[in-house]
Design a protein around this ligand. Sequence first.
Ligand code: BGC
Ligand code: NOJ
Length: 819
Amino acid sequence: MKFGFFDDQNREYVITQPNTPLPWINYLGCQAYFGIISNTAGGYSFYRDARLRRLTRYRYNNAPMDFGGRYIYLRDDESRQFWSPSWQPTRHDLENYSCRHGMGYTVIGSTYNGIEAHTRYFVPLDENLEIWQLTVTNRRATRAQISTFASIEFCLWDAQDDATNFQRNFNIGQVEVEDGVIYHKTEYRERRNHFAYFGCSEQSAGFDTQREAFLGPYRGWDSPAAVEAGQLTNSIAHGWSPIGAHQVKLDLAPGETRQIAFVLGYQENPVDQKFDPEDSQTINKKQVKPVIAKYLDPKQADAAFERLRQHWDKLLGIFQVDTPDIHTNRMVNIWNAYQCMVTFNLSRSASFYESGIGRGLGFRDSNQDLLGFVHMAPERARQRILDLAATQLPTGGAYHQYQPLTKRGNNDIGGGFNDDPLWLIVGVSAYLKETGDWSILDEEVLFDNQPGSEKPLYEHLLRSFSYTLERLGPHGLPLIGRADWNDCLNLNCFSSTPGQSFQTTTNKGGQVAESVFIAGLFVSASRELAAIAKHCRLNAEADTYLREGTKMEQVVHEHGWDGEWFLRAYDDSGAKIGSKECAEGKIFIESNGFCVLAGIGLDDGRAAKALAATHEHLATKHGIVVLQPPYSKYYLNLGEISSYPPGYKENAGVFCHVNPWVMIGETRLGHGDQAHDYYSRINPSAREEISDLHRCEPYVYAQMIAGKDAPTFGEAKNSWLTGTAAWNYYAIVQWILGIRTTLDGLEIAPVIPKNWPGFKATRIFRGVVYHISIERKGDGNQISLIVDGSPIEGNLVLPPTDSRKEVTIKGFLGEPLHK
Ligand code: BGC
Ligand code: NOJ
């Protein structure tokens, strides 16, 4: 069952039924000001940091789940009926309800009793504000007297404190109202130099800033007393819960349309210019007033919307593809790329599953996110890399998280997740391949942000590499530390205290438990690093990295192979994990996926065996699960992984983040059909028809789909902010379609389904537009290339040495043209 449809032309998903199984959301803003918006106008806004600069209040764990947002009410002043055009919060039966989620904007509207209303919400580029453009049309044969109300509830800035510290908070709320604009200035009198504002383009028929005056005692947002009465009360909030509500009266002739704009924004004043007059407590509005006036002007707002569109056209235009599969096309061309930008912007902070209160950017997450967005935002990727590297410890280890506002490592979480450092090599390598900007390696970067500790970024990579080598276990495999990619495989934790954090508890010495996954990652990183060194003409160093990689590969063969597949780990007692000898958790996806991705066992048949076993034991129609059989009880020696009921999360859920490792592995084996089949199983667009089962948005990936051992097999959770976005994008673009960035140029190596006659793509790479067409001439993945009319040897297309800005590549698959 579907709840809407894709409008690919407009790059929108159109929801046609408001009661989606879960809130289906979108993001507003892509620089500093952000908002989450659901299909019924729920959600909240913040400036930079979802916890510390929360503009509007939102209650998680609510019933209904999505409640609180950018709510508009309409009231027929004759019949006194009122309703919400976005369905929530009044939940009246509407006609023609639709919610169009697009690239950085959302339009929600409907018709009720002949009154049509739509609101377009977006954040203009380079501004710290959001615009709500409400269009109301009278479709009746008679005049209509309509009151419109727009409302939001302010958060007292620190979202955590706002939700807990009531003894203080009920006393501090303050607002000002001037020229029809509501200013929220709680704590502005003391240490804050920022405030929020909520303005309206039309003559005000009333406002409210005190929640209780607007809602009335014992009432909720579904039936505000002031809306019911048809008149806001001009309340001024003193303490309690400041809100912003505007009322505008419309007298509409039949067929008449009116537009009203509302602007909600964030403003900082210089500390010494907070007040006007200086010795007063009144906000200095000199800087903000022109901004508000600008965006309440419909022409300026429309122009800002146009700029936003162009911004996304430009970003998405960097890679566009036309394949025989519509789900591939729309994910690659639109939604997956968009989700990659959102995960870059928001990391794992604010969604309907991430509360915006747990803070920090993951070291491993952020490095992996690079794989998906580096082509769209290379300058920002560069900065992200330098910020991440500056939190690296002198040992080469890494803080597991860093704080985006201070850019410091997070001491509460600390380090010791032994895969973390290696992801820096993966991230930097992806950046170099995309940009060819070798200067980044010479950037002087601090260790642990300590002045005087700076060393070239290249040195950081070496320390990442030696961090692993200096921490090898009894079998010569990398010690796992607190966990590797699988945050829940906590082999040194042994926690028996309820509620204790599995992520931060370490009871064991850590000198025994080893990870085959990290070994695979190391092998892969050693080759990336060697290629980088070689490019810098550091041949001897390159040889060392290759040698260490090959040594590790041998160790994996000796101690990481279980006969039919790769082992997952050794625990603190030296016992195997992910082996046929285990009672549960006999086989895991991570080591099999990553070892093959790294090329281990490609020559001796082990890679093929490992992925055949993965197919046999782990693949399901809803994706590949993490492990089998699931852990049926809690194991002290395994940690959080066995805390989840079977089929959920790391305990045998389909972790959509790691499925691409298997897809890439399959392409390395030349299996295009299998790779694309796996890709399609978790592709949200391909799952649209089963939205009632999948339940999350059909336009973005979710972190997890419940596995076959769960009663809710096939149900997705934790959409949007997940490494799934980057890895799936990377797998389909660079390995299945095979348009792959390398340090030297663009490699063309498609491993596509047999029945695809070919595909076309446009790729802007290092300033050159590549027009690529692939035509299947026969079976197999062998490719012959003609570049600007001339056949070339091999499949690496070097950047033009002349001034050409466009290059045409024709590729013929399955039939050698020149031998
Ligand atoms: C989740 C993991 C996550 C970890 C750290 C665990 O509860 O299951 O997916 O990586 O927390 O945030
Ligand atoms: C989510 C975390 O953000 C990521 O870092 C981790 O690798 C996966 N969960 C798996 O545990």
